[in-house]
Design a protein around this ligand. Structure first.
Ligand code: LLP
Length: 437
């Protein structure tokens, strides 16, 4: 996918760069991001929405992958930016991302985070619960400012990868429950706040969703609610954010839809269920994974190979759950290939083991590869979302570098951590006997 291809040397090439050369030059593990593919995915949503004729905004969910360079691309493409912490907000602002295109999510924004965002003049806050409503109203009043808000609603629809369910129970840490009546009470209270402007609603029903029906069902339920808010309180809903969650193909068994299919399904449901409102709200979406997931590839160097006779061959790589937590955390499945022998056909089945001191650190079970040798470069596909952003220093492993590749140019957008970085925040209490030099 994207700009990936096999070059004349039989190497995997991405963005016009030979990945084997990148591994030699920058070391492994190494995250590579295909910039053209990121931009293509963003434009696919925007173009599809333009064709619907609806008023819309496309946002990018920072949590999937946030760095200064990424924020610059989001800015250049004109998308909104969803942040969920002061760290993501700070990253965006440091990249020069305009505050008026940023909005703030999260179920427990701290007073400090709310103040920071309010001072910076972000576009809006997605208020998650009653406590936050009161806190934001209080902070805005103290600062003699106004804040735009939308309420996060838990619509009682939950989507999983291959199916969706409509749940009666609203057992989620996020949002105002729709079916329990919390949502309507939230609206009532929000309208009483003198320093908050209620612009509309948000809901997010899950991640890595393949079916469009789950989104349509949500829009149907929310359409009813939006009507009730109008009839009961005269509230004109200006913004309806239907969340993110659009699935991607990690594995050959995955069957996601195209951006256009998701957008068309949303537009169809909006027309069907919201048509009799005085004003059609602006429709927002906030994908993360769909935009960056397939654009990412992680390169590793193959090290120790261990055969358990008659059972399994373990092939160890120089990374693992510290740079890709998803297999250990969610049993996520990935596909991979040898970047340096991309043309050779598979002859053996191996298990790719990470280097963390944990039996559970297995990146891929039963992967078919050509006869593997130490020093081969393994390229794992679809590692652009929730990989770098969930990377950690378990075992005091250094986090890898991130490269953007495009038109034959590779740029480091995050430097590899150094050994000095590993101990940079450690302090030795003075009462411990000093070490003689
Ligand atoms: N909006 C809200 C309110 C969200 O909670 C999320 C994801 C998104 C948007 C973006 O969802 P996406 O389009 O990326 O599916 N770490 C997990 C995924 C966690 C998703 C959390 N919320 C993983 O690696 O699969």
């Amino acid at each position: 996918h994207g700009t990936s291809r096999i070059n004349a040397r039989g190497h995997l090439e991405i963005g016009g760069c030979d990945t084997v050369e990148l591994a030699q030059r920058y070391g492994t593990p190494l995250y590579i991001m295909d910039e053209a593919l990121i931009r293509e995915k963003m434009r696919a949503f925007v173009d599809a929405f333009q064709d619907t004729g609806l008023a819309f905004r496309v946002a990018y969910a920072s949590k999937a992958f946030s760095t200064l360079a990424m924020c610059r691309i989001v800015d250049e493409e004109g998308l909104m930016l969803d942040v969920v912490s002061e760290g993501e907000l700070y990253t965006a602002l440091s990249a020069g991302f305009p505050a008026e295109r940023i909005y703030f999510h999260g179920n427990n924004k701290t007073p400090q985070e709310l103040e920071f965002a309010l001072d910076e003049g972000i576009y809006l806050f997605v208020v998650d619960n009653f406590d936050e409503l009161m806190l934001l109203e209080h902070i805005a009043k103290e600062k003699e400012k106004r804040a735009r808000i939308i309420l996060r609603i838990t619509p009682g629809v939950e989507a999983y990868t291959h199916k969706y369910i409509q749940t009666g129970k609203e057992d989620s840490k996020f949002g105002f429950g729709l079916d329990s009546g919390q949502a309507l009470e939230g609206v009532r209270q929000a309208l009483e706040c003198t320093h908050l402007d209620l612009m509309g609603f948000h809901c997010h029903i899950g991640s890595q969703i393949f079916e469009t029906e789950a989104f349509q069902l949500t829009i149907a339920k929310m359409g009813q609610f939006i009507k009730t808010c109008y009839e009961r309180y005269g509230l004109v809903t200006r913004i309806f954010n239907t969340g993110g969650g659009f699935g991607i193909r990690y594995h050959k068994d995955d069957a996601p839809k195209e951006a256009r299919d998701y957008v068309q399904a949303i537009a169809e449901a909006v027309r069907k269920y919201l048509h009799d409102l005085p004003v059609l709200p602006e429709i927002w979406i906030e994908p993360g994974r769909y935009i960056v997931g397939e654009a990412g590839t992680t390169l590793y160097t193959i090290g120790a190979i261990k055969e358990v006779p008659g059972i399994r061959k373990y092939v160890s790589i120089d990374g693992g759950m510290s740079d890709n937590l998803r297999p250990a955390l969610y049993q996520a499945k990935y596909e991979a290939m040898l970047a340096n022998r991309a043309q050779e056909s598979a002859t053996e089945t191996v298990t790719i083991a990470g280097k963390a001191c944990e039996e559970g650190d297995i990146l891929i079970w039963d992967l078919k590869l050509p006869q593997v040798k130490q020093g081969d470069i393994l390229a794992v596909n679809c590692t652009g979302a929730y990989n770098f952003s969930m990377a950690n220093n378990y075992n005091r492993v250094r986090r890898p570098a991130v490269l953007f590749v495009k038109d034959g140019q590779a740029e480091v957008v995050v430097e590899r951590e150094t050994l000095q970085d590993v101990i940079a925040r450690d302090r030795i209490p003075a009462r411990l006997a000093p070490k003689k030099a």
